[in-house]
Design a protein around this ligand. Structure first.
Ligand code: SF4
Ligand code: SF4
Length: 141
């Protein structure tokens, strides 16, 4: 009788172990997705694209509270991938012609600066306080 009870317990433990496999797999995939730099940078690029096209007021307000200057380090041209219009000398081939809006207003907020920092760079711009209201600073456009 004791042997049967032990076998049933083992069977339940085994069955329970099987049910946790899909959970562990899903958890692993979710964690990989969450920690992925590719996903992070892709998400940030999509965010900037949406901001410059659909939240223009927010972008304008952010430019007014942005301080500092561009150091021409080019780190923001190497987020997610190296921009194909960036020369080996670090020049933007489309700077005066068809530079994307998202490039013209980079960084839009502290998140963008943090992204540059994550890539080992040091952006020359800064935001005194995230979501601070307009204080009269002029930004790069
Ligand atoms: S278009 Fe010019 S500014 Fe924009 S990422 Fe490419 S090289 Fe940099
Ligand atoms: S990361 Fe900042 S300082 Fe460097 S090129 Fe881009 S905007 Fe300029």
């Amino acid at each position: 009788m004791r042997l049967i009870g032990f076998s049933i317990q083992r069977w339940f433990e085994h069955a329970y172990g099987l049910t946790t496999i899909p959970y562990r797999l899903m958890h692993g995939v979710a964690q990989t997705f969450r920690d992925s730099r590719f996903v992070f940078h892709a998400n940030a690029k999509a965010r900037r694209f949406l901001l410059v096209h659909f939240r223009k007021n927010y972008v304008q307000d952010q430019l007014l509270v942005r301080g500092g200057d561009c150091r021409q380090c080019g780190v923001c041209c190497n987020l997610l991938f190296t921009c194909p219009t960036l020369t080996k000398q670090g020049r933007c081939l489309v700077y005066n012609t068809c530079r994307p809006k998202a490039c013209k207003v980079f960084p839009i907020d502290q998140r963008d600066i943090d992204e540059v920092t994550l890539n080992g760079g040091h952006c020359g711009y800064r935001f005194e306080a995230e979501n601070s209201s307009i204080t009269g600073r002029t930004g790069r456009a």
